[in-house]
Design a protein around this ligand. Structure first.
Ligand code: BGC
Length: 716
């Protein structure tokens, strides 16, 4: 057993609130060290130093899990950092603990294991011989930012108090650490019409600003963060709601380099106030921070706006994969909304290797699941005690299945299987005659069915809920089959749900009776109409009639697939390539550098959708990335041989694009697909990593190939 389990929880002995404290301990070594290890974690977020040097590079450690049951500890090799006389100091701020009201408070637990050359071993535990004092960071809050006083020194640190608390929740690091990934230089320094001095970093992002400051002693310099400017070009923070996102630096007249260590911001622009130093670009850098996920997917085509859309999808993911898949990184939310995560996971898993990231989040999901199988809206759970929502709670089934498809991860299916069953059983227990017609749901959130920019929806909630009931049950059956479990009970359930669905929502011609894009897309993609072609024809007409999409969070991911899989690829391309509102490219033409929460977060006249709920960094609509890879570039996973062991290449070309190329780094090597128009010919190229096989669909024929690169030509 790891020695941290024998250590003690220690706390400051007073309510820390949003203050930051520093725990310290001096220790000497009695010989030559062969190995030294620090095991550590905290309630709150910590940053550890030994002899003034940073331990590891995990930002906002220990990350965010279901703290009541699961708290990750980290293990660091510290042999290089220690000598004969040492001091370890650990700064602890509140971090995500702010969501836990009064039931959890800031605390630290650690053990330093030292192995000497002579075979002896020494362990230093956190206990009441550690001291604790207040940090120069006088205030730190994830939503609000920091107050740092450069001249503050705590003259009277005291001894830490041992906290009587069990260690059952301690688990080894399961997810990815959060790291600094990139530093963006200043793009522009400018004054707004209101006279504010602002800096543009050119990219909406998540992280913080590192800056050099001298200032005058006692002066409080402030940095405000914003995602966008308003219609008049002024600094705009109304969409942050109560989140302040400010860094207040109280100067001591000496030069400092500062960056937050216990908070982060969502921003592209900063505004400087009380800045007596000359404002020079080289004194400011924006540091991009996210989970240490490896980029795997690349895409490029002949349309620069589509390329920018793809870049915005990537930035949307980078901005919201901060240990937990969050809805947004800027306003007073930044939560692990289940719906957003399930909507985006297919795209997310192509862009980056998110296997470990989601394994950890899914472990939190099952640990937060209610006894009746209900799944909270956000994971980690904030104990809101609401009904579980269709399309949101279904993340319990959709996400593990996606990790199986993209990465061939069978273990995660086995680990989550109970949770998946519990979720489907929950729906069964809340449905009447196989129709899920109870509870409160977010439905097709932010769709455009009834009137523009409305949260209302014309697709009946019961249709959406029952469609997801069927879909989750079908994925559960597939998962059970992979695991060799008898699923006949769920097969019977699925057949009953389908029948009930057809009776309630499909007319005698196989058409969806609510006549909405989302109604059709879900029916088609979830295989719920007895006549898929009839529903697809209906969907195609609906899109053609109004000329644009009307779908919200739940319909959007399936809309283009439902069209292109049934002979309407051209209509799907019409939607993808449309530039006017509402469309994916509209935000690009408006200068977006990330994906917006609403189709019109920023309206054509530069005004805002609203102040209340208007994020400029919300990945949900970026779910189209999956269609871009699987249809435009034609790279598909074969369910029967997942993880790209067998690949299905089936690109759909379009006359408005002259080339498309994409690559996905899989565990077997890089899968590549491209096509290019040369006069009346289309030239295709497909690369299959060596242990893999593929089926290539070109010119109406299917060919089976093994590892290698293959070129084909087709006449238009
Ligand atoms: C979040 C969403 C989330 C929704 C629930 C919002 O406040 O930002 O993305 O899914 O609430 O409908």
């Amino acid at each position: 057993m790891k020695s941290i389990y024998n250590s003690n929880w220690i706390e400051p002995g007073y309510d820390l609130g949003d203050k930051v404290c520093v725990f310290s301990k001096k220790f000497d070594l009695n010989g030559t060290v062969s190995r030294a290890e620090l095991q550590i974690t905290s309630f709150g977020v910590y940053e550890a130093h030994i002899n003034g040097k940073r331990v590891g590079d995990f930002i906002l450690a220990p990350g965010w899990t279901n703290y009541r049951k699961r708290l990750q500890f980290q293990t660091y090799d510290i042999a290089e950092l220690i000598g004969s006389n040492n001091e370890i100091s650990v700064s602890v701020g509140r971090g995500w603990l702010m969501h836990y009201k009064d039931d959890l408070s800031a605390a630290l637990i650690a053990s330093v294991e030292i192995y000497y050359d002579n075979g002896e071993k020494e362990i230093i535990y956190t206990d009441d011989s550690w001291t604790v004092g207040l940090s120069k960071i006088q205030y730190s809050n994830i939503y609000n930012g920091d107050i740092y006083d450069a001249s503050f020194v705590d003259e009277s640190p005291c001894f830490a108090t041992i906290k009587d608390m069990d260690k059952k929740m301690l688990i080894e690091q399961q997810g990815e650490k959060i790291v600094e990934v990139e530093k963006l230089p200043v793009k522009k320094i400018f004054s707004t019409p209101q006279g504010d001095i602002c800096i543009d970093f050119g990219q909406n992002m998540t992280g913080y600003v590192e800056f050099n400051i001298c200032g005058k002693k006692g002066e409080q310099a402030v940095i405000y963060h914003a995602e966008t400017l308003d219609a008049d070009g002024n600094f705009y923070t109304a969409n942050l709601r109560s989140a302040k996102q400010e860094i207040r630096f109280i100067c001591d007249g000496r030069l400092h380099t500062y960056k937050p260590i216990h908070s982060f911001q969502g921003f592209r622009y900063i505004k400087l106030e009380n800045w007596s130093d000359e404002i020079k670009a080289e004194n400011f850098k924006a540091i991009v921070v996210h989970s240490d996920i490896k980029r795997t997917g690349y895409f490029e085509c002949s349309d620069e706006l589509v390329n920018k859309l793809y870049s915005n999808i990537i930035w949307g993911q980078r901005g919201n994969f901060l240990d937990v898949p969050t809805d947004c990184p800027q306003r007073d939310e930044r939560l692990g909304w289940t719906g957003d995560a399930q909507v985006f996971i297919r795209t997310a898993a192509l862009n980056f290797d998110v296997n470990k990231f989601f394994e950890k989040w899914l472990s939190d999901l099952s640990s937060c699941q209610n006894a009746d199988g209900g799944v909270p809206h956000v994971i980690p759970d904030l104990q809101w005690r609401d009904d579980s929502s269709s399309g949101w709670a279904d993340a319990a089934v959709i996400c593990p299945w996606q990790l199986y498809l993209t990465y061939g991860n069978k273990k995660v299916l086995a680990r989550q299987f109970d949770s998946m069953c519990k979720w489907v059983n929950y729906i069964k227990n809340h449905s009447n005659n196989y129709l899920w017609d109870t509870g409160k749901h977010f439905a097709d959130w932010l769709c455009l069915d009834e009137n523009d920019s409305s949260k209302k929806h014309a697709t009946p909630v019961e249709l959406i809920s029952t469609a997801f009931f069927a879909y989750s049950t079908s994925l559960l059956i597939k998962s059970g089959n992979v695991l060799g479990i008898d699923m006949s009970e769920y097969e019977a359930l699925l057949s009953n749900i389908r029948q009930a669905y057809r009776k309630a929502f499909i007319d005698k011609y196989g058409r969806v009776n609510c006549n909405t894009q989302t109604g059709c897309a879900l029916t088609i993609y979830f295989n719920l109409s007895p006549d898929k072609q009839a529903a697809a024809k209906q969907l195609n007409s609906l899109v053609k009639e109004c000329g644009h999409l009307k779908t919200g969070f739940l319909g959007t991911p399936y809309l283009l697939h439902a069209l292109s899989e049934n002979g309407y690829a051209q209509t799907a391309y019409d939607l993808l390539l449309r530039r006017e509102y509402p469309s994916w490219l509209y935000s690009v033409t408006m200068g977006a550098t990330t994906i917006w929460e609403h189709w019109d977060s920023l309206k054509p006249d530069g005004t805002m959708w609203s102040t209340g709920m208007n994020s400029f960094n919300h990945y949900a609509y970026g779910a189209v990335g999956d269609w871009i890879f699987s249809v435009a570039a034609g790279i598909n996973i074969d369910e029967a041989s997942p993880g790209f062991r067998h690949i299905i290449f089936k690109p759909a070309t379009d006359s408005r694009l002259s080339f498309v190329k994409a690559g996905i780094l899989t565990k077997y090597g890089e899968v590549k697909s491209s096509w290019r128009k040369e006069g009346r010919l289309i030239e295709y190229s497909f690369t299959v990593p060596h242990p893999c096989t593929a089926t290539v669909y070109v010119g109406g024929e299917a060919k089976i190939v093994s590892g290698g690169t293959y070129k084909f030509k087709e006449e238009i």
